[in-house]
Design a protein around this ligand. Structure first.
Ligand SMILES: [Zn+2]
Length: 272
């Protein structure tokens, strides 16, 4: 696990670029749905948001999550050191609990109107593919980071577990957003444990009851446990409509428009 701390930057960059490239290739070879929205424009907006988010985090946070975790451990802050939990157990339980927090946070971003204003940006994408996995408003990214810092301090998650969790979260997000047609039998087995593209696509339906399901990022267990799991979209994967019913015109898909979206309670007039 120490390897993860030593080579944190390289591990994160390599896994992000690697999974992004592999998923982009696979979804083009084996697409699940025919794309209806213009891909170049969507990719431009989604990847620009990734760049903005990376810069925003560097500017606003003097410490990365892993450095924050190391600082907490040095000062014996958090439940794990308080209870004398062995290192390996603190890592495993830490990863599982960080994942549960992400599940709860995702549900909160759907059900609390102020938070939904930010998370709408992720759902306003008119298609779901690998780049949707990194399409988040900077406001949501900053709020997520604050929640992550608080969770790490409360639980006392070891630094190596934080890196492992972040790599896992990033990889699973890219994977389950991919427009990838997995063989049905493979999907059936995988979804018993992990969130597959077919499981997560339900979450991007324009039908609100379907949007408010399948909040999990890596495993499907939290959704099954808390009753938010939905196996299939009612219109089927090729027939379902993706995005938000109120944001469908091309003028509502530009980068500036997407960045300004949280300022509006209701959809702004198209063209602004
Ligand atoms: Zn969502």
């Amino acid at each position: 696990m120490e390897f993860l701390i030593l080579y944190e930057d390289q591990v994160r960059l390599f896994s992000f670029a690697g999974v992004l490239a592999v998923m982009a290739l696979l979804e083009n070879l084996f697409p699940r749905r025919q794309r209806r929205a213009p891909t170049a424009r969507r990719w431009g907006v989604n990847l620009a948001l990734t760049a903005i988010n990376t810069v925003t985090l560097r500017l606003l946070f003097p410490l990365l999550a892993v450095e924050w975790a190391a600082l907490m451990t040095t000062h014996d802050i958090g439940l794990a050191p308080l209870l004398g939990v062995p290192y390996w157990a603190a890592c495993l339980v830490g990863i599982a609990l960080l994942d549960l927090v992400i599940y709860a946070q995702h549900a909160a971003f759907h059900h609390i109107p102020f938070l939904w204003r930010f998370h709408r940006v992720h759902h306003a994408d008119l298609e779901v593919d690998v780049t949707t996995g990194v399409r988040f408003h900077p406001g949501e990214i900053v709020l997520s980071m604050l929640i992550k810092f608080a969770t790490i301090a409360l639980l006392g998650v070891p630094a190596a577990a934080v890196v492992a969790f972040e790599v896992l979260l990033n990889a699973t997000s890219l994977f389950h957003h991919a427009n990838l047609a997995l063989p049905r039998a493979v999907d059936r087995v995988l979804r018993l444990v992990i969130v597959t593209p077919d499981v997560h696509r339900v979450h991007h339906s324009t039908i609100r009851a379907e949007t408010d399901s399948n909040f999990g990022f890596s495993v499907t267990w939290w959704d099954r446990l808390f009753g938010t799991f939905r196996a299939e979209p009612s219109a089927g994967h090729t027939g379902m409509e993706i995005g938000l019913a109120e944001y469908r015109v091309p003028a509502q898909q530009g980068l500036l428009w997407v960045c300004a979206l949280p300022a509006y309670q209701n959809p702004p007039p198209a063209g602004r």
